[in-house]
Design a protein around this ligand. Structure first.
Ligand SMILES: Nc1ncnc2c1ncn2[C@@H]1O[C@H](COP(=O)(O)OP(=O)(O)OP(=O)(O)O)[C@@H](O)[C@H]1O
Ligand SMILES: [Mg+2]
Length: 235
């Protein structure tokens, strides 16, 4: 059996005195999309921040590409080619689209995802190259945040609710981008509250509730899990 690209084993993470993540384990196999689902406050963002060691776990292990990354600093994890597209999108509002991408691209030159290729795949951004980050719509900012992650040529992308707050047409575009990246072999761990979108793009599903994994399995098997949906997603 293949070793998954990302293996999270039994992590415990505290925020202040609060034991937010309680023994969470999950695998992200290479080339797959794993959706991490759960209600508000379930701990989804904290799992991603634990992987990046922005919220360092107190226990458990995180292995990436066969290497224990538990002793690395956040910037070293990024350099090991895990890209984190945060909920805040965190683009530079005073820089243009082109400058935002150039800053991110600098650190990993020579990878498959050049600026030119990103513009080919994101024609909306190409048309706004010279626009300031502040002038972009919410959807364009999200596209820029994803594009910026891509030009760092990651082997794994962590995406925190990319569809949040966006109109259905834009959510469709984001889903198409994720499907395209998946077709090109990108591995992704996707936090989503948009269940339909998550189930469309994901191969596997992990349901988080109150800091623990409540269900995990193939995305196609999730639809029959009505009780899991009701209890842990409220749908
Ligand atoms: N600084 C903090 N100190 C203590 N508890 C915190 C802190 N920040 C967040 N929490 C709690 O940790 C839990 C998990 O938060 P987290 O942001 O990981 O959830 P989430 O699943 O990403 O939620 P959302 O869907 O709203 O983004 C929540 O119950 C939250 O109230
Ligand atoms: Mg969150």
């Amino acid at each position: 059996m293949n070793v998954p690209l990302l293996r999270v084993r039994d992590i415990d993470t505290y925020l202040g005195d609060s034991h937010v993540i309680q023994g969470v384990s999950l695998d992200v196999p290479a080339g797959k999309v794993v959706a991490l689902l759960g209600r508000n406050g379930a701990g989804k963002t904290t799992v991603l921040r634990s992987i990046m060691r922005m919220a360092p776990p107190r226990g458990g292990t995180v292995t990436f590409n066969g290497r224990d990354i538990g002793a690395l600093a956040t910037h070293e994890i990024a350099r090991a080619r895990i890209a984190f597209v945060q909920e805040t999108r965190a683009i530079f509002p005073s820089l243009t689209v082109d400058e935002n991408l150039a800053v991110a691209a600098r650190s990993f030159e020579g990878g498959a995802w050049s600026l030119a290729r990103v513009y080919e795949d994101f024609p909306h951004l190409a048309a706004r190259k010279a626009n300031g980050g502040m002038q972009l719509s919410g959807g364009e900012q999200q596209m820029l945040a994803i594009a910026r992650a891509l030009v760092s040529n990651p082997r794994l992308m962590l995406l925190d609710e990319p569809s949040e707050g966006l109109a259905p047409l834009i959510v469709r575009q984001i889903a198409n981008v994720i499907l395209k990246l998946k077709a090109e072999g990108m591995t992704m761990l996707l936090v989503e509250q948009n269940l339909a979108m998550a189930l469309e793009v994901a191969d596997e599903v992990v349901v988080l509730g109150k800091g623990r994994v409540r269900w995990s399995g193939a995305a196609r098997d999730f639809r029959s899990q009505e009780e899991v949906s009701r209890t842990w997603l409220g749908v």
